[in-house]
Design a protein around this ligand. Structure first.
Ligand SMILES: Nc1nc2c(ncn2[C@@H]2O[C@H](COP(=O)(O)OP(=O)(O)OP(=O)(O)O)[C@@H](O)[C@H]2O)c(=O)[nH]1
Ligand SMILES: [Mg+2]
Length: 318
């Protein structure tokens, strides 16, 4: 019989219902102090780069959902900003609020630290964990630990600090470790129908990813001298039909800094640096979006924006 002739509520629907009964799906928050490798871990888990990373602290500034469906299980990972205690500006308060909002209503928390280390900053994040939510200790950057013997007493120490459900010394850059982590996380996700389509990777828009990519290049191509108080606003993200390229996306974005001296830094000698930020962004976005990309970048000074609640909100922060 032609399947299209079947009663829609007939055998096909019944088949779906049985499949749904065995599906698993749940939310896993990734938290930790700045720079421990949370976003690197998210990208490795999702299998595609959706969250920007850099050697600088405070790279992630939003709650970013990454989805991966394996077999009958849908893992919904939530990357969060590094919870930080050093600065008290409006921007930082907003970032910390995002973290606090992410640890509550989830099925599992991955608490990420650098293997062998535990500082006050880590302790502060640990204190945010909610009693009823199981937490896995991810001891990341294991590749940087040269004396593995020292890890045993450290792990015992961590056992004392919190009733972690599991201890996973690993490296976010090692695919075998990522596989191991999936096996561990799957057990904590409840049986329920998936929330997203099987091939969905993130809840974030292409426009958002474009702005984030500019910010990543900005962070990576400027030295420590450019403070974290710079941001990127996407003014235009337009798709135009193009007979030659299939997809053609036109982007205009503004890099916002706090001082004229920062603006000069971003622009660089004869505009070299800004040009490089644009080129690297374009190359990466063309791959990510599967499109020909044209990007125009501007730099603007907005003194004190990072401590101005209204401005912080108008630039897209919670
Ligand atoms: N050697 C090594 N480096 C790593 C590993 N995981 C992440 N990194 C590096 O650590 C730095 C910070 O990584 P991110 O993923 O941006 O860290 P984050 O915790 O998301 O940082 P924030 O968003 O600023 O809180 C980057 O330079 C990464 O390449 C790892 O397993 N081993
Ligand atoms: Mg991050």
């Amino acid at each position: 019989m032609n399947p299209q002739e079947q009663d829609p509520a007939g055998p096909q629907e019944a088949g779906k219902a049985t499949a749904a009964a065995t599906q698993r799906c749940g939310v896993i928050a990734i938290v930790g102090k700045p720079n421990v490798g949370k976003s690197t871990l998210l990208n490795a888990l999702v299998g595609q780069k959706i969250s920007i990373t850099s050697r600088k602290a405070q790279t992630t500034r939003h709650r970013i959902t990454g989805i991966r469906t394996i077999g009958a299980t849908q893992f919904i990972f939530v990357d969060t900003p590094g919870f930080q205690t050093r600065h008290a500006k409006a921007l930082n308060r907003s970032l910390n609020k995002t973290v606090m909002g992410a640890v509550g209503d989830v099925d599992l928390v991955l608490f990420v630290v650098e293997a062998g280390r535990f500082t006050l900053g880590d302790a502060k994040v640990l204190s945010l964990l909610q009693p009823g939510v199981p937490a896995v200790l991810v001891a990341n950057k294991l590749d940087q630990v040269h004396r593995r013997a020292e890890l045993a007493p450290w792990l015992r120490d961590m056992q004392e600090r919190h009733a972690f459900a599991e201890f996973v010394p690993m490296s976010a850059k090692n695919p075998k470790d990522i596989e191991r982590l999936f096996a561990i996380c799957g057990k904590y996700l409840p049986e329920q129908p998936w929330w997203y389509a099987e091939d969905e990777l993130t809840d974030r828009s292409e426009k958002f990813l474009a702005g984030e990519t500019v910010r990543e290049k900005l962070f990576r191509l400027t030295g420590e001298e450019l403070p974290y108080t710079s941001t990127v606003v996407v003014d235009k993200f337009e798709e135009e039909p193009s007979p030659q390229h299939g997809r053609f996306v036109k982007i205009a974005a503004t890099i916002v800094v706090e001082r004229d001296s920062h603006k000069a830094m971003v622009i660089g000698d004869k505009g070299e640096r800004l040009k490089r930020i644009g080129t690297e962004t374009r190359v990466e976005l063309e791959k990510l979006l599967g499109a020909k990309v044209f990007i125009e970048l501007w730099v603007k000074v907005r003194a004190g924006w990072a401590d101005d609640e209204a401005r912080v909100r108008s630039f897209g922060y919670e």
